[in-house]
Design a protein around this ligand. Structure first.
Ligand code: TXA
Ligand code: MG
Length: 316
């Protein structure tokens, strides 16, 4: 297989201990090789991310996932079912980690998050480099996630050695995080694979524990996250201040200085794709506040509302 010059360059940067931002189907990731501790440390530094917030490990296929994670016998059937159904794709599985995974990657936790991303450039990069890449979303810690190369440039600038431009992300919200580290599977972050699809594939009920403060196992589950700089409120809660913007689900309303529409046809997949780009634009519009219409919490609506509540909480 011939490798494009840009991918070759990205492999050189990674192997030299540098950081490469790359597109995935969910959001752009800020990648480093997991076996190079200084590079991993640079990922945390570039994002100003606290070291207690672990990174997701990106792999080429399920077999490579098993080089970093151990699949307990009791979870083997679920692991294989989910990998077959959703990889490559927006599903991260939490499993007991293997000893070779540096503690820096997992923030000292006994588990590791692994996923096979679906973007062709991400897969090309993983195939060419031949080893796992850890990558958080390529944004400053706590800010809006990047769904274009331009968002990465604007947020991280020269703290990234190379940005691979793969266009706008096709899913638009981060991966669903599903823990297979306990007895029963549970969703710790709703994301690109809907809760309903996971239950259908597994043929069992799966609990969602994303918003429960008592159960924080990972800071991405902290309430404050994914935030614009402009204060954001979810209607009927109102924003205070003079010039207000609206993030509407399907129809504009009068009285706003700026309006973004998630999906005229009320399609939650389209709404997810547009979510962060709409918020980035509203955030850049010099507004005093952003009001947001709630969307139904089915399918990708669960992930959308999870991100919006965290954004509202962060800016409150
Ligand atoms: O779609 C995605 O998942 C994107 C793309 C780049 O793959 N990545 C992403 O990474 O969203 P990040 O770092 O922004 O969010 C990862 C979340 C964090 O909330 C982190 O706390 C959680 O995953 N996480 C990672 N490893 C974990 C572990 N071992 N146990 C619990 N949570 C973990
Ligand atoms: Mg993130």
């Amino acid at each position: 297989m011939s490798v494009s010059p840009q991918i070759e360059e990205a492999v050189r940067v990674l192997q030299g201990g540098g950081l490469v931002a790359f597109p995935t189907e969910t959001v752009y990731g800020l990648g480093a090789l997991i076996r190079l501790p200084r590079a991993v440390a640079q990922v945390f530094a570039a994002k100003a991310r606290p070291h207690f917030d672990p990174l997701i490990v990106h792999v080429l296929h399920a077999a490579q996932a098993e080089t970093v994670a151990e699949v307990p016998a009791s979870q083997r059937r679920r692991f294989e079912t989910l990998a077959r159904a959703f990889w490559p794709g927006p599903l991260t599985l939490l499993l007991p980690k293997r000893a070779g995974v540096p503690d820096l990657v997992t923030s000292g936790l006994p588990t590791v998050g692994v996923r096979v991303p679906a973007h062709p450039r991400a897969l090309e990069l993983l195939a060419a480099v031949g080893e796992p890449i850890c990558a958080p979303s390529a944004n400053p810690f706590g800010r809006l996630s990047p769904t274009t190369a331009e968002h990465v440039r604007a947020g991280l600038g020269d703290r990234v050695d190379l940005i691979l431009d793969g266009g706008a992300c096709a899913v638009g919200v981060e991966s669903t995080i599903l823990s297979l580290a306990g007895d029963a599977p549970e969703i710790l972050r709703p994301g690109g694979v809907p809760h309903e699809a996971i239950e259908a594939a597994l043929g069992e009920t799966v609990a969602v524990h994303a918003d429960s403060a008592a159960r924080i196992q990972a800071p991405g589950q902290l309430d404050a996250h994914y935030a614009p700089r402009t204060p954001l409120s979810i209607l009927p809660a109102r924003a205070t201040g003079g010039r207000l913007g609206l993030l509407a689900f399907s129809r504009p309303r009068d009285g706003y200085a700026a309006v973004e529409i998630l999906s005229e046809s009320r399609d939650l997949n389209e709404a997810a794709v547009r979510l962060f780009a709409c918020l980035h634009r509203l955030d850049a519009a010099g507004l005093d506040g952003i009001e947001v219409e709630a969307v139904p919490e089915t399918g990708l609506g669960l992930a959308i509302m999870n991100r919006l509540r965290k954004a509202a909480h962060s800016t409150a």
